[in-house]
Design a protein around this ligand. Structure first.
Ligand code: SF4
Ligand code: SF4
Length: 432
């Protein structure tokens, strides 16, 4: 694609990067066919190609964002299916991240939208606040129907509906410490404990540590690590995302210096995509660029890491039929497609792949709160495809997808690592 940026504009490294990306797009439109919002809404401006044109126009003309571009960029799930499909290697992720940061700086959103976004940014990345909010949401749940009647309050209704009926007890894994292997030591990793996931489902990290310890891996929960920054990053709050990124880079760098790390293990693929991008996000910060690149290189999804180990025979072969839902951040963001299915099959599960596996379930961070109608349509479509497999449960590797699919599916939805932990001698996941 031809671009017309001035030399002054290109002196801004963010614009220069976006220009490089824009020039790669050859307008072929292949990406439209796999874009969930285009497939759902049928509007070119809700397709990757349409959004790329809108972003190009805004950046080239140095214009503040307007209502039209905000509408179509807000509808983008950042699922990155377009990047998997694109034959020209267009890095839509970095382009839309730049557009979102530009929107955040130049556009004044309507007051209800602004308040909801600020609330989410202030609560979700902090475990204590999130836990308290979930307890409050439980009380407010009966009001969801009333909030649904006012367009500006629909996100509050969506939040109330997504809140679990009960909030699990706090896990001891939230405290920093070292979890020693119970077999001969053959590795050392740090685990990202994260923010929302350990509050909603502490059993995911518990199963991970238990499985890794039995396999001879020491697991460290470093002092000072926390939210990866993805939630605010996707809202265009670049500075807040970089604060989280630097904090985590510091925490893991200290651990690397102490005892070396074979990997930084991540159990939420949404976080994995962002941490693998820290090297890019902090490339312009001379104090962090190198450390961040090292951290990104060490970041591994739990299934990616397990696939590098020489695994023993499973202790039990559950023989259940599992529909494997590949989160967008897993398949498109990190290009991890084979390992989770191979590990499940090796552990004795019969793995089925639902139709339209490339399409997002509509969770996408806070998307199911901010865009509840499109999200619900995608969720219904996903659940129909999953149920058509005839499987008796769903396995997936991202807490957002677990919450979203479980809100509509009749089958239990379980994190992949909990199934693997069970097969290799751990506890049976609750609800099976
Ligand atoms: S990230 Fe997903 S929703 Fe956004 S343009 Fe690409 S395919 Fe469409
Ligand atoms: S598939 Fe790639 S090159 Fe083609 S229009 Fe989409 S982003 Fe551009």
């Amino acid at each position: 694609m031809q671009t017309n940026f001035t030399a002054d504009q290109l002196a801004d490294p963010h614009v220069a990067e976006s220009e490089k990306i824009l020039r790669k797009c050859v307008h072929c439109g292949f990406c439209t066919a796999t874009c969930p919002t285009y497939v759902t809404l049928g509007n070119e401006l809700d397709s990757p190609r349409g959004r790329i044109y809108l972003i190009k126009d805004m950046l080239e003309n140095g214009r503040p964002a307007d209502k039209e571009i905000v509408t179509h960029i807000d509808r983008c799930l950042s699922c990155l299916a377009c990047m998997t499909t694109c034959p020209s290697g267009v890095n839509y992720m970095h382009l839309v991240d730049h557009a979102r940061a530009h929107i955040e700086k130049t556009y004044r959103r309507p007051v209800a939208n602004r308040l909801t976004r600020s609330l989410l940014a202030a609560v979700l990345p902090h475990r204590g606040r999130f836990r308290a909010a979930l307890k409050l949401a439980k009380l407010g749940r009966p009001l969801a129907g009333a909030f649904d009647k006012v367009t500006a309050l629909k996100p509050i209704a969506a939040m109330l509906r997504l809140a679990p009926a009960s909030v699990p007890a706090t896990s001891s894994l939230e405290k920093p410490g070292t979890h020693a292997p119970s077999a001969a030591k053959r590795g050392r990793v740090a685990i990202l404990t994260g923010c929302a996931q350990p509050v909603l489902e502490p059993g995911i990290n518990e199963a991970t540590v238990s499985l890794l310890n039995r396999l001879g891996i020491e697991v460290v929960v470093p002092q000072g690590e926390g939210c990866c920054g993805a939630l605010v990053h996707h809202m265009g709050r670049e500075e807040a995302a970089l604060v989280s990124a630097r904090q985590n880079v510091d925490a893991w760098t200290r651990e690397i210096a102490k005892g070396g790390l074979d990997a930084i293990v991540i159990t939420a693929s949404g976080c994995g995509t962002t941490i693998k991008d820290y090297g890019f996000m902090l490339r312009l910060d001379p104090a962090y660029a190198e450390k961040a690149a090292r951290v990104s290189a060490l970041a591994k999804d739990i299934t990616e890491y397990l696939a590098t180990l020489d695994l023993p025979e499973p202790v039990r072969k559950p023989g259940l039929t599992v529909a494997y839902h590949s989160a967008c951040s897993m398949q498109h963001g990190q290009k991890i497609t084979r390992q989770p299915k191979d590990l499940l099959a090796r552990a004795g599960f019969v793995v089925k792949e639902p139709r339209e596996g490339h399409l997002c379930c509509g969770s996408a961070g806070t998307y199911n709160i901010m865009q509840p109608e499109i999200s619900a349509r995608l969720c219904d479509r996903k659940v129909r495809n999953i149920e058509a497999t005839g499987a008796s449960l769903v396995a997936t590797g991202n807490i957002g997808c677990i919450t979203q699919i479980a809100s509509a599916a009749k089958l239990p939805v379980v994190h992949t690592v909990k199934l693997l932990d069970w097969a290799y001698g751990g506890d049976k996941p609750a609800g099976l």
